[in-house]
Write a protein that binds this ligand. Structure first.
Ligand SMILES: [Zn+2]
Length: 334
C-alpha cells in the first residue's frame, strides 16, 4: 500500500505513543514514525510509458524504499548522506515530499578524466543465448567513450573492462525484474573471473532481455560506484542515456503550451527534448550539463526578447559554444 498510496499511510499512521504501548509482535507490523539516517540511492527506470524514479535509503545493511506523497527530490544524487522523516512499515517508508529528506553530506561528483568502467554481459540459466558478441559490445562502449569525449570537450572518457557473457543462476522471466539480484549475481561472476570490483567507479550490467522488467535501461543518478542496467538491445542511445544519469544528469523535457509560448496548462514531455540523449534521441547532452565540465561561460548583455535573442545568440555561438541557457532572467551562451 505504501508504494501505491503513501499519502494514505501518512494519514492513518498511529501516534508513536500508542504504538509503543502495543505488544512487540503487533508493534512490528504497524507503521512507525521514524527519522532515519543513511545513504540515498536514486535510480531511473526508462520506458516509453510509466518511466519513473526510484528512491532508496541504504541503512543498517538494508535497502529501504522511499515513497513520496508529492514532489520527490530532484536535486539529490546517489551517495548523498541523508536524514529522512516518514512512516515506516518493514523496509518501506512513506514520506511527504522532498522536504522530508535532509542532506547531511554530499559526495563529490567525478565527471572529469578517466572513468574506469566495468561492463558485464549477462544471460540466464534458462536462456544462455548471446544476442551480440563481445566485439560488438566493446565497439559500442568505445563509441560511448567517444560520445563522452565529444560532450566534455575532450575531458572525460571511459576506460572499459569488458567481461564476456556470464550465465547467472536465475531464470530470465521469473526474476520479477529483481535487478538488484541480477547485479549481485553478475558481481559474483565477475569476482570469480578475477575482477576486483572496487577498481571500478562505474558498473554496467548488459543483460539478455528480461521481459518482466518492462524498461530498456536503468541508471543511478550519480553514485560511487554508479550502476546502469541495459535490458536487451545494446545501443549508444541507451548506454549514453543511462551513463548520463550516472553523471548526475536528469531528463531533458519539453513543454507543449499549445497556441501560446508559455502558459499555465503546458504539457510536459518527460523525454521531450528531441536533440538530447537525455530526451528522445541519441544526440549530445544539451547545454545545461555544461557545468559538469570546464568550458567558457559568458554573460550576454541582451534582453530576453526573441528578436534580439536570435541575433545575439548567432553572434556569440562561436568556437566551442553551442548552447543558450536562461538563468534568473539572464542569458548565458555556453
Ligand atoms: Zn532516463
Amino acid at each position: 500500500m505504501i508504494e501505491s498510496d503513501p499519502s494514505a499511510v501518512l494519514a492513518v499512521a498511529l501516534p508513536s505513543l500508542l504504538r509503543q504501548n502495543m505488544p512487540a509482535r503487533t508493534r512490528n507490523a504497524i507503521e512507525e514514525h521514524v527519522d532515519m539516517d543513511g545513504e540515498l540511492e536514486v535510480l531511473h527506470e526508462d520506458r516509453v510509458q510509466g518511466s519513473r524514479f526510484v528512491y532508496k535509503l541504504k541503512a543498517f545493511g538494508l535497502d529501504y524504499s522511499l515513497n513520496f506523497k508529492k514532489n520527490p527530490p530532484t536535486h539529490l544524487n546517489s551517495g548523498t548522506r541523508v536524514r529522512v522523516r516518514g512512516v515506516r512499515v518493514n523496509t518501506t517508508l512513506a514520506l511527504d515530499s522532498a522536504a522530508s529528506v535532509q542532506a547531511m553530506a554530499a559526495i563529490a561528483p567525478n565527471t572529469f578524466g578517466e572513468q574506469r568502467t566495468l561492463v558485464i554481459l549477462v544471460n540466464f540459466r534458462n536462456n544462455t543465448s548471446q544476442p551480440y558478441n563481445v566485439g560488438y559490445a566493446t565497439n559500442l562502449f568505445n563509441s560511448t567513450s567517444n560520445f563522452f569525449l565529444e560532450n566534455s570537450y575532450g575531458q572525460t572518457f571511459l576506460s572499459t573492462t569488458m567481461l564476456d557473457w556470464k550465465t547467472i543462476d536465475m531464470d530470465a522471466l521469473s526474476s520479477n525484474c529483481d535487478y538488484n539480484l541480477i547485479a549481485s549475481k553478475a558481481d559474483t561472476a565477475a569476482t570469480s573471473a578475477g575482477v576486483t570490483l572496487s577498481n571500478f567507479r562505474r558498473k554496467v550490467y548488459a543483460f539478455l532481455s528480461a521481459s518482466d522488467c518492462g524498461w530498456w535501461g536503468l541508471g543511478s543518478v550519480g553514485g560511487n560506484p554508479s550502476r546502469a542496467s541495459i535490458n536487451g538491445s545494446l545501443q549508444l542511445r541507451v548506454a549514453g542515456h543511462e551513463m548520463g544519469h550516472n553523471l548526475e544528469l536528469w531528463h531533458s523535457h519539453s513543454l507543449d503550451c499549445g497556441a501560446v509560448v508559455l502558459g499555465g496548462t503546458c504539457a510536459v514531455g518527460e523525454y521531450g527534448d528531441t536533440v538530447d540523449i537525455l530526451g528522445a534521441t541519441a544526440n549530445h547532452y544539451n547545454a545545461l550539463p555544461a557545468p559538469l565540465w570546464t568550458i567558457g561561460k559568458e554573460q550576454v548583455a541582451i534582453r530576453p526578447k526573441l528578436s534580439l535573442f536570435a541575433g545575439a545568440a548567432r553572434r556569440h555561438m562561436t568556437g566551442a559554444r553551442r548552447g543558450i541557457q536562461f538563468v534568473n532572467g539572464k542569458i548565458f551562451v555556453r
